[in-house]
Design a protein around this ligand. Structure first.
Ligand code: FAD
Length: 491
């Protein structure tokens, strides 16, 4: 029989992603012993495969680009975009701390912030990308945690929280490779298991009305909501679970036996989206979760086809490790996908493509003709939806492709309710002794920091920041340090 592996520590963290590693760093800085238990073979979670973009306000990078930004301006954009269900207190807390307690803090750990990108809903540029994206940011954070004496126990899935004398006192799980049981005793526990968008069952449980048509799973492989279940069992209050952030540019992974996982495709300049009636329905340049996703969701049936001709596919990328060869795109695999997926149609003429898509051919050909004409006339924008044509060209070089797209559940904007110290609250909104939570498990921070829509960079940023807050206060409760204070930017 497999022998029991036991651990004892001050701060025990479930999940070694963005929030978990940040919590560990903070706990170590306060002088507490800290161990993160991670299901995967390596730490990093969704954070390490992310775009590495964080919403940061008042940064030196913004100043260098001549961008004037203030916490008040960012807050007003945030609330206008996220709507009435955005948590104003957490939003303000994050925005004011993003400069010192994320930007400079990560720089001190070796990360570099390298560029800014416009994102829908923002009055100014503030989506701030770390060098080498999430991989770059997380590599520095993980190294920093280890250098400070933090430990990451990998290949370990935690399944149950344990309680002693009314307090959460640790947890139990097992080694995913050996099956060996694992038992952890700790003064406090920090839960950072990420979201649940890689569990279609949980997505549909949270939003049952979506269940009549295909939705794709789209977060990190282990974002399956295990932490949600454990916290709920411990009496934690979960809120706004139906706030799920969808993207559109994804097609089913035909290699997934259940065909539930989505593959995100990008770098196909000028592709247009056609519904099953053979018509465009949206300005494809507006591709965000608050513009393109509702537009796709409104189609009947609820899918669309991304139309491409051969030159448009030349630099196509698929955001999945199978389609990469180190830091290069595995071009042969992309071509294999285009030629093999039952969710992709290929034809030598547009008329034949319409037939294979089973759309109204006259409407489809009319739509394409109008679009091609706008391109050849050199118009700045096409007349139907106002899409800028500067990166577009006519559809004129076969073979032509139609990639079937379905809504992809990517990020959870609801989750475990916590206070501003990241203590998990019960249904009476009172803290559960010994239990903290942060990151996407908490809808990125506190329960519902974004509301229904995010300005982008408002997932990774608040996850890492709330991880720090949780780690600081957890260490304090374990008898180390004075809790997370940080340095707000109120300029
Ligand atoms: C492809 C992609 C790109 C993204 N790009 C951006 C971006 O550019 N900007 C942005 O703001 N947001 C982005 N996001 C969202 C962002 O990455 C996440 O919201 C963020 O990483 C959440 O951090 P977390 O620590 O809460 O969860 P994660 O980083 O996912 O970490 C959770 C960890 O917990 C582990 N775990 C889960 N269950 C258990 C268990 N039972 N026992 C032990 N371990 C467990 C997981 O394996 C994982 O390592 C992106 C997401 C994806 C999927």
């Amino acid at each position: 029989m497999a022998s029991l592996k036991q651990y004892e520590t001050d701060v025990a963290i479930v999940g070694g992603g963005g929030a978990g590693i940040a919590a560990g760093i903070e706990a170590r800085d306060a002088g507490a012993r800290a161990i993160a238990f991670e299901k995967d073979a390596e730490p990093g979670g969704a954070a390490i495969i992310s775009g590495g973009g964080c919403l940061i306000v008042g940064s030196p990078l913004q100043k260098r680009h001549g961008v004037h930004d203030t916490p008040d301006l960012a807050f007003s954009d945030w609330i206008a975009w996220g709507g009435p269900s955005a948590d104003e207190v957490w939003a303000r807390y994050y925005i004011e701390h993003s400069l010192h307690d994320l930007y400079f803090w990560a720089e001190n750990l070796g990360a570099k912030w390298v560029d800014l990108k416009f994102q829908e809903g923002n009055a100014v540029l503030r989506w701030t990308r770390a060098e080498s994206n999430g991989l770059g940011l997380m590599t520095h954070l993980i190294a920093g945690f280890r250098q400070k004496g933090g430990e990451v126990v990998t290949d370990t899935e935690i399944t149950t929280l344990t309680r002693e004398n009314g307090r959460i006192a640790g947890f139990e799980g097992r080694n995913t490779k050996t099956g060996e049981p694992v038992s952890v005793r700790s003064k406090v526990v920090v839960m950072t298991t990420g979201g649940f968008n890689s569990s279609l069952d949980m997505v549909l449980q949270a939003s049952p009305t979506l269940g009549n048509e295909r939705i794709l799973e789209g977060s990190g492989r282990n974002s399956t909501g295990t932490g949600h279940k454990m916290v709920r069992q411990a009496g934690g209050y979960l809120t706004h679970l139906d706030h799920i952030w969808f993207y559109v540019y994804a097609t089913p992974d035909y290699r997934d036996p259940a065909q539930r996982r989505g593959l995100v495709f990008r770098l196909v300049p000028g592709n247009i989206w056609i519904n099953q009636q053979g018509r465009r329905f949206h300005n494809e340049a507006m591709s965000g979760g608050n513009s393109a996703s509702p537009a796709l969701m409104a189609q009947s049936p609820r899918h669309a086809w991304a139309i491409m001709d051969t030159p448009m596919t030349a630099n196509m990328e698929i955001a999945d490790p199978y389609y990469r060869d180190g830091d290069r795109v595995a071009r042969d695999k992309v071509i294999e996908l285009l030629n093999t997926s039952p969710f992709i149609r290929k034809a030598d003429t547009l008329a034949e493509l319409a037939k294979k898509m089973d759309v109204d051919a006259a409407a489809f050909l009319g739509t394409l003709e109008r679009y091609n004409k706008a391109c050849t006339q050199g118009l700045e924008k096409e007349p139907d939806f106002g899409k800028p044509l500067k990166s577009s060209k006519p559809f004129d070089t076969p073979p032509f492709y139609a990639v079937q797209m379905f809504p992809l559940a990517r990020k959870n904007f609801g989750g475990v309710k916590t206070d501003l110290q990241c203590r998990v609250l019960d249904k009476h909104f009172e803290p559960i002794p010994g239990l903290y939570a942060a990151g996407e498990l908490c809808g990125m921070a506190g329960g519902h920091i974004n509301g229904r829509a995010g300005l982008e960079g408002t997932m990774l940023g608040p996850s890492v920041f709330s991880g720090r807050v949780a780690g600081g206060w957890a260490a304090h409760e374990a008898g180390h340090g004075s809790g997370f204070i940080g340095k707000p930017n109120r300029g």
